[in-house]
Unconditional design. Structure first.
Length: 258
């Protein structure tokens, strides 16, 4: 029997579920837990196949969301970073009755660049997939380095991400490959207007994986969804700018009714 790692902590009355990105695990949130735990009940999740949630194998986006869905507390606010943002968005589309709000962090409904859409070049993702089978630890490290590129604290931020990866069991190659396949293939743009939940989007101004131009594109699709671009941040704004990041979360949730 496989089961998700799910750790709950914090003092608040509202439930905030945090979903990490590709290659990582729930420990990635450690630097913001002290800032958020006085306000919320935090639910720290290792996505299927990652960290302590072992023996799942490669899953589709829909299958990943279905593993998380039954464990959601009633009327949870779900926040997903990068790949976790896709999982959170999928849950907002398929189980909106279980959620009170959606927050995505450095995430995109379509990670792959096209002629008219900013994102990651398809060949970049394909290269990472090919490299995985040769030297998967080095491949993960290179992907993590891309996430902090350009920030004033890039080296320290990359080191912190690497420590998070190494602190827990490494995902198996098929799981990592499956995650890259989701980033390469999934396109939720057409479905986004179906989201009726309060929806906050946070971006890093220097993000090379989810370019800031995506914020403006989605602003047009979803005029009711606020977007925030954190200056001098890249793909992991909660690591490089934890106070600013947490303040935006707190402000958004405090504005929710009830």
């Amino acid at each position: 029997m496989t089961s998700l790692y799910w750790h709950t902590c914090g003092e608040g009355k509202r439930d905030l579920v945090l979903l990490h990105g590709w290659g990582l695990n729930a420990e990635v949130w450690q630097s913001i837990i002290p800032r958020l735990s006085p306000h919320y009940r935090l639910h720290l999740v290792d996505l299927p196949g990652y960290g302590r949630s072992q023996n799942f194998g490669a899953l589709t986006l829909e299958q990943m969301a279905e593993q998380v869905r039954p464990l959601l507390p009633p009327q949870a606010i779900i926040a997903g970073w990068s790949l976790g943002g896709l999982v959170a968005t999928q849950l907002a589309l398929t189980a909106p009755e279980k959620l009170a709000a959606l927050i995505t962090v450095a995430s995109s409904p379509c990670f792959t660049a096209t002629e008219r859409w900013p994102g990651i070049k398809p060949e970049t993702l394909q290269n990472f997939q090919q490299m995985l089978s040769n030297d998967f630890q080095r491949t993960v490290e290179r992907f993590l380095a891309l996430q902090t590129l350009g920030t004033e604290t890039a080296r320290a931020d990359a080191r912190q991400l690497k420590e998070v990866v190494l602190s827990q069991p490494m995902p198996e190659v098929p799981v990592l490959d499956g995650g890259l396949e989701i980033l390469r293939q999934v396109d939720l743009r057409a479905a986004l207007p179906q989201i009726t939940l309060p929806f906050l989007r946070l971006y890093g101004a220097l993000d090379g994986l989810v370019p800031r131009r995506i914020a403006a594109e989605i602003d047009e699709m979803l005029p009711a969804s606020p977007s925030v671009i954190i200056e001098k941040a890249a793909h992991a704004p909660f690591i490089s700018h934890p106070e600013t990041f947490c303040q935006h979360i707190v402000n958004f949730i405090s504005d929710l009714a009830g």
